[in-house]
Design a protein around this ligand. Sequence first.
Ligand code: HEM
Length: 260
Amino acid sequence: MAKSARQAQIEKAALYPLDWTEERTGLVGYTKWFLFRHVPRDVNWMQTLGAATLTAFLVQAITGVFLAMYYKPDPNSAYESIQNISNEVTLGWLVRGMHKWGASLFIILMFLHMARTFLFGAYKYPRELNWVIGVLLLVAGMAEGFTGYLLPWDQTAYWATVVGININATAPFAGPFIAQFLQGGAQIGPDTLAKFYSLHMLVIPGGIMAMIGLHMYLVLRLGVTSPPWSKTAAGRPRPDAEPTGDRTGLTREPSSEETS
Ligand code: HEM
């Protein structure tokens, strides 16, 4: 059915902002490419664990921003400010609970996602670098947990941090320096709290975001791996392909250059 002049006018007006953006940024084209790119047809629910980890991180980042609005990183007021968040601030108990339990969920999801990539052999060529970035993300995630644990400034937080710093101090050669750096002085005190707060809410999350950006870039560039039991995985003949009789797994005859 032919469009009326009015319909055509409405369509043009609706598409104008998209055309405007596309002409200046190319973003519409990138978004289309991202949404309609090919993935193996037999991808599996286990391949959603990376996205679940990403969601858990975003929940931590958003709830963390709200907690930072009320938290006071000073030994005289840190504990009270946390009590205030839990008991007085509207929905503070919920935001704090999400951040606290979400931290464990984030680490568990990271391990499950890592186990998936390991068991699917997704760490092999050409994805070695993404595995290495993943390992750095795991270390940074655990450092987030360690630095965040001190912030409530109660007995559990204090003594857990003493134990953590003492363990670091036993490392060969660098141990005492690491302990000194983490404590920000000869013993745990106000400087330790300020340092842990800065690491926890600025330095480490900044690093994690940058590394997630790289991780995602490589996922998009390299594509996702098929499950190990896949019949259409790279290098295996497609079930509907004519057999070539050779043992290379290629579905086509090798060219003369490849055989010479
Ligand atoms: C903040 C933590 C992390 C986030 C947000 C994240 C996110 C993702 C996402 C969304 C994908 C694509 C979908 C999928 O395969 O699930 C992916 C793929 C991948 N991740 Fe992670 N990841 C994280 C940590 C890790 C860790 C700890 C490792 C391993 C040490 C790792 C190694 C990989 C590898 C090798 C791939 C490619 C998988 C494939 O091509 O099949 N990632 N990641």
